[in-house]
Design a protein around this ligand. Structure first.
Ligand code: HAM
Length: 387
């Protein structure tokens, strides 16, 4: 994810996990603020919240430094966020979320870039275009339909929430009818199915097609659960029947910075969680095998050889080899077993013979191949043994 963001020219940012509770009120999602935040009073009597998402934080940061920043601004982060949700498949109370956002671009090219980046990340994870689909909508189309049905602001919020949950609801029609009455419910449904697209969405799709991104289509049921979206919204779905669900999403939010007392700055971005990404990889057999960063374990014959082992480790680390020294005091065979269990590919043992001769036996555990070498030749041999 990091690599893809940087190839697209995005720079990383960071922030504290703790924010003033006020940052979220009336700006994001009533459901999250009222039911899902971890909010408490700190020792200075301030009401603080563990961030449930990054968008208000980045909006606050960009608003505060807007005069020093260069636009378009492209920022990304991989941050932990907290939501008091019922833990279930795809949902935990803490997860890590990639956020990529572009500020300062009014035109559709910002959406094109953000969706291309999301698409590229999926390809980098090993997915084919048929493994996932990108569903886009435009909040302005929805607003048009709402207007025709003369909904109050409160009704709009309720309907938006119902639409956002539509895919998990058996009684959507009933709830819709309860909320606005049967007549307007019918009108709404009719409006939603006939307002099939807009010039803006058609342009977006055509630009994406030109980039070879073809698994994208308009879906009027995509609304996204946040109040701050103003235009395009999108959500990426897994197409596997075993994991047929939303993986992540985002959209355009042109007015959020205004809420910090600054002029509006157009913005588009998305958030992608690690939990849903993991489920996707699992469903498609794409989970990578874990490989430790440690390349070599130095096994120590006797306690008296530790100083020599430390010296060898220091020399190798200065040559950029990732080395761990085994301090367990166990028998050599057990130390080798430990290296195997950890998946460390190389071992070297240090005892009297090695200390006296200055030659070491480097063993590549997966193949069992051994090489007898002076210390300075170890790094080069490791590289060539790995091919
Ligand atoms: P969101 O759809 O609420 O959007 O969250 C983005 C993604 O984070 C979800 O699609 C899912 O992958 C993951 N996620 C959310 N809640 C949980 C949870 N409880 N457990 C595991 N994963 C979860 C936002 O948060 C927007 N702020 C995204 C955005 C950025 N829009 C513009 N820029």
């Amino acid at each position: 994810m990091k690599n893809a963001c940087e190839r697209f020219g995005y720079e990383s940012y960071d922030a504290s996990v703790l924010e003033p509770a006020e940052l979220y009120r009336g700006k994001t999602s009533e459901e999250i603020v009222a039911e899902q935040t971890y909010t408490f009073t700190d020792r200075g009597d301030r009401e603080v919240t563990l961030r449930p998402e990054m968008t208000p934080t980045i909006a606050r940061m960009v608003a505060a430094k807007r005069r020093e920043l260069t636009f378009p601004l492209r920022w990304y982060t991989i941050a932990n966020v907290f939501r008091y949700e019922r833990p279930q498949r795809g949902r935990l109370r803490e997860h890590w979320q990639l956020n990529a956002d572009i500020f300062g671009v009014e035109g559709v090219e910002a959406e094109v870039e953000i969706i291309s980046l999301a698409h590229q990340i999926m390809l980098d994870l090993g997915a084919n275009e048929s493994d996932f689909e990108i569903r886009v909508n435009d909040r302005r189309l929805l607003n048009g339909v709402f207007k025709d049905c003369s909904l109050t602001e409160e009704e709009e919020r309720v309907i938006m929430r119902l639409l956002d949950k539509r895919h998990d609801m058996a009684d959507f029609d009933e709830k819709l009818s309860d909320a606005v009455g049967p007549e307007r419910a019918n009108k709404l449904k009719g409006g939603l199915s006939s307002a099939a697209s807009s010039a803006h969405l058609e342009e977006l799709l055509s630009l994406l097609y030109k980039l070879g991104i073809t698994n994208v289509h308009v879906d009027m049921s995509i609304v996204r659960g946040f109040d701050y979206y103003t235009g395009t919204v999108f959500e990426v779905f897994d197409t596997s029947p075993d994991n047929n669900r939303s993986l992540f999403g985002g959209g355009r939010y042109d007015n959020l910075l205004q809420m910090f007392g600054e002029d509006a700055i157009p913005a588009v971005g998305f958030g992608m969680g690690d939990v849903t990404a993991h489920d996707f990889l699992e469903a498609h057999g794409l989970l990578p095998r874990y490989v430790p960063a440690t390349e070599l374990m130095i096994c120590v014959m006797e306690k008296e050889h530790i100083a020599h082992a430390l010296r060898l480790a220091q020399d190798l680390r200065r040559e950029d080899v990732a080395v761990a020294v085994n301090f367990s005091g166990k028998k050599i065979g057990d130390q080798v077993k430990q290296a195997n269990k950890l998946g460390i590919p190389f071992i070297v043992a240090v005892g009297d013979k090695e200390r006296d001769s200055g030659h070491f036996t480097l063993k590549h555990l997966p193949t069992g191949n051994e090489f007898i070498l002076p210390a300075e030749n170890i790094p080069a041999h490791m590289l060539s043994a790995l091919g």
